[in-house]
Design a binder for this molecule. Structure first.
Ligand code: TYM
Length: 322
């Protein structure tokens, strides 16, 4: 049996990058009979950037609804809000006191965020330590994530290994699982899809908005008649991640043949997304209009998560002499 653990920040509605990079691969792992999965909403992490309480609540429901709409079975597994198991903050503090300052100062995500944000708070700096605590607190074996989280996983492993060397076996050392085809999902401008770049595709919005979203994918300005290169086109790159081999080959032929515009390709991508995510989109919308059902699932999961968190934290505290 392997323990699978992963989290999504409640900093917005989950987008196609979150789905393909983390949510769907994690759910596939959770369906394997012998796996025991801990999937959560990283609402404490979202406080580093989101300060509006109403918006945070809305985002928490969105992330929770996305997990369930994509097929997460909360009876077999453990589903929770990070903030409802406060042991994670105690463990994060202990780990902070064993984290070398340069490790955090050199973190890519910190450098990236601190270059862009006007308000750089201390939470952003120690973000990776809270993430390490998320993982180490539950004895996770495997952490399915997108490639942007690779360095955070390396830090988690470093912190766990260093602690184990000093105090004897305490933490389970996790392995990241990064799906090679879904490492970095591109956004509508071809850069990594990210809430902070404003280039996301939100599959859970209405058909009309989703179509508009897809129509805004950036392309070159070749004329309709001109043959087009599929391998440099943002629309094709996304289609390739979602379509069947047959569908991909058909679209490739249309690109190479000419007399086929980017507008046509975007329409095909829109129709494909609507087709493959039909069930997820309708379940998501149902759940969002009945958040009480999400609350009930989360409450049950939080009881299960708390038990394990208390057990692992007491193991750590006894090692450091508390
Ligand atoms: P977050 O909320 O930014 O993203 C959630 C997950 O989605 C993946 N992802 C992507 N994958 C491929 N292509 C993309 N364009 C893309 N954008 C996002 C991310 O890699 C991630 O797996 N720090 C984490 C949340 C977190 C966490 C944890 C994850 C907190 N504690 C413990 C795992 C374990 C984050 O900000 O993810």
């Amino acid at each position: 049996m392997a323990r699978i653990l992963t989290g999504i920040q409640s900093s917005g509605k989950p987008h196609l990058g979150n789905l393909l990079g983390a949510i769907l691969p994690a759910i596939a792992l959770s369906k394997e009979q012998h796996n025991d999965s801990f999937f959560f909403i990283a609402d404490l992490h979202s406080l580093t950037t989101i300060k509006d309480p109403g918006l945070r609540k809305e985002n928490i429901n969105s992330v929770a609804a996305a997990w369930i709409a994509c097929g997460f079975d909360t009876k077999k597994n453990t589903f929770y809000r990070q903030s409802k198991v406060p042991e994670v903050c105690e463990l994060a503090w202990i780990l902070n006191c064993f984290t070398p300052f340069p490790m955090l100062a050199n973190a890519h995500s910190f450098k990236d965020k601190s270059d862009k944000l006007s308000n750089v708070n201390a939470g952003l700096f120690v973000y990776p330590v809270l993430m390490a605590a998320d993982i180490l607190l539950y004895d996770a074996d495997i952490v399915p994530v997108g490639k942007d989280q690779k360095q955070h996983l390396e830090m988690t492993r470093d912190l766990g290994i260093t602690f184990n060397k000093k105090f004897g076996d305490t933490f389970v050392i996790p392995d990241p699982q990064i799906n090679s085809q879904m490492e970095i999902i591109p956004g509508i401008d071809g850069k990594k899809m990210s809430k902070s770049y404003g280039n996301t595709i939100d599959i859970f919005q209405s058909d009309k908005k989703l179509r508009k979203n897809i129509m805004s994918i950036q392309t070159d300005s070749l004329a309709l008649e001109a043959p087009k290169n599929p391998s440099t086109c943002n629309v094709f790159k996304l289609y390739e991640l979602l379509g069947s081999q047959k569908e991909i080959q058909t679209l490739r032929k249309s690109y190479l043949g000419g007399n086929y515009g980017y507008g046509h390709a975007k329409q095909e991508l829109f129709e494909l997304i609507v087709k493959i995510f039909a069930k997820e989109r309708s379940t998501y919308n149902e759940l969002i209009s009945h958040p009480e059902s999400l609350e009930k699932m989360l409450n049950e999961g939080e009881k299960k998560a708390s038990k394990i968190a208390r057990y692992v934290l007491s193991r750590v505290k006894s090692k450091v002499g508390f």
